[in-house]
Design a protein around this ligand. Structure first.
Ligand SMILES: Cc1cc2nc3c(=O)[nH]c(=O)nc-3n(C[C@H](O)[C@H](O)[C@H](O)COP(=O)(O)OP(=O)(O)OC[C@H]3O[C@@H](n4cnc5c(N)ncnc54)[C@H](O)[C@@H]3O)c2cc1C
Length: 418
């Protein structure tokens, strides 16, 4: 058994779910000097609940799935109930007409492909591990190519609906390893059973509130600008308010400010090649919201970037004013005004009138590296630097997205290295 020094001073950069789960688990293990640095004035990162007329709405993560056991365990620990509204889903064309997700004539193929999927997935041992490691060559290919090789022609379309609509990118680019870790067989099946999803009446922030109440030293509005290793192998964390000394540091945010830590050409090359999705969430005040969540399937192809992918009316039909949340990829060529006008035109086509923008959020989410960088050994390299100079890395690039994956990887990091 590893003997731990409970006086070790540990800094965690980022107060999203990854950072908070790490802090909580370290404290539970007995560490007494755990500090979370968060640049924003609130914790939570991409778990970001807002309120309008006393009702909660989500600008970031919306739901958990019944099969996500790490999320469920965390909820159980804090006695958090999934007491939020039920989700629903209807597929639309761009004119707002309801359409079938898969044409009727392909339903038979769909069922056959779905039945074959577990037998194909079982051969990829790397998918079973918590840390991404020894990725099989086929999984490094873009997901659409992987589907073609494995003859999943209908599943490819179904996956694209979820992957692209929920901001994970386009399957012609994103390597299969990410798609299949985020939407494994169980998660895919859960997606077919939307009514069982967990949501929370007071929003997903409920999880953050419970976690943060347990953490002794949380420092808000303290953007970490840089991190330095001293000659004595201690670590100096620099914020605008000064320097603090630690023995170990765990980075859960992006690494842009901290490249200086990795005095290694290959590592710097890898860091420069981490890409993000530019995913935008608009909250509109609107009237007579329909009781549904709509997927606009015709906007999934890359050429339709900037158009609405999903709209979500969380609380259902109401005669009062409500918020409708709208999701789209940000087309970097467009100004904010142009981008908003495209969305407003789409809303009108879909049947929403006089929508007023209440709030907006552009996320850099779903970090990934492309097939060529995976082939160069990105994740094997990331693994070798864990703990070097007492610096550790966690967060979405290591865990892949979803709250459940972030919780799982955060627990793994603490159990493996602390
Ligand atoms: C719109 C949207 C919808 C989503 N829907 C779902 C969903 O329904 N279900 C699901 O499971 N997942 C969903 N996700 C994904 C999920 O929210 C994320 O995978 C998860 O929240 C990531 O947590 P994290 O702590 O690793 O990163 P983050 O939440 O990004 O946290 C990182 C934190 O670090 C802070 N930070 C950054 N730089 C610094 C610095 N220099 N110094 C100090 N602090 C810093 C940031 O402010 C942030 O708080 C969604 C994400 C988005 C954007």
């Amino acid at each position: 058994m590893i003997r731990i020094n409970t006086n070790t001073r540990i800094a965690i950069i980022g107060g999203g779910i990854s950072g908070l789960v790490i802090a909580h688990r370290l404290q539970k293990k007995g560490y007494k000097n755990v500090t979370v640095f968060e640049k924003s004035n609130i914790l939570g990162g991409k778990l970001h609940t807002i309120f309008y007329r006393n009702k909660s709405y989500e600008m970031g993560a919306l739901f958990g799935m019944p099969c996500q056991k790490h999320l469920k365990t965390l909820m159980k620990e804090f006695n958090i109930k999934a007491d939020g509204p039920k989700l629903s889903r209807v597929n639309y064309d761009i004119k707002g007409n309801e359409i079938m997700r898969i044409p009727k004539e392909l339903l038979g193929d769909f069922v056959r492909e779905l039945n074959r999927l577990p037998d194909v997935l079982v051969k990829y041992k790397s998918l079973e591990k918590i840390n991404i490691h020894n990725i099989e060559e086929e999984l490094m290919l873009p997901f659409s190519r992987w589907c073609e090789i494995n003859k999943f022609n209908v599943l490819k379309t179904v996956y694209a609906h979820y992957i692209t609509s929920y901001g994970l990118g386009h399957i012609e680019i994103i390597p299969a390893v990410y798609v299949l870790r985020i939407l494994n067989y169980d998660n895919l099946m859960s997606f077919m059973e939307l009514p069982d999803f967990c949501t929370w009446k007071d929003g997903v922030f409920t999880l953050i509130e419970c976690l943060s109440n347990k953490i002794d030293d949380v420092r808000l509005t303290q953007n970490v600008n840089s991190i330095h290793i001293t000659e004595n192998k201690t670590i100096l964390v620099q914020t605008d308010f000064g320097l603090d000394e630690f023995d170990k540091v765990i980075i859960t945010s992006s690494y842009n400010h901290f490249k200086g830590l990795f005095n290694d050409k290959k590592m710097l090359f890898f860091m420069d090649n981490i890409k993000y999705q530019n995913y935008t969430v608009y909250a509109f005040i609107t009237e007579k919201v329909p009781n549904k969540c709509g997927f606009v399937l015709e906007n999934i192809p890359m050429i339709r970037k900037g158009h609405i992918l999903i709209w979500n009316s969380r609380w259902g039909v109401s005669s009062d004013k409500e918020l409708v949340m709208v999701y789209a990829y940000n087309n970097p060529k467009n100004s904010m005004e142009t981008a908003l006008n495209i969305i407003k035109d789409d809303l009108t086509e879909l049947g929403f009138h006089n929508s007023i923008l209440y709030q907006y959020r552009n996320w850099h989410q779903c970090p990934y590296v492309d097939s060529s960088i995976l082939r160069e050994g990105f994740y094997d390299k990331m693994e070798t630097i864990q703990g070097k100079n007492n610096v550790y890395i966690a967060g979405e690039i290591m865990s892949t997205i979803t709250m459940d994956n972030c919780i799982r990887y955060s627990n793994y990091l603490v159990d493996s290295y602390f």
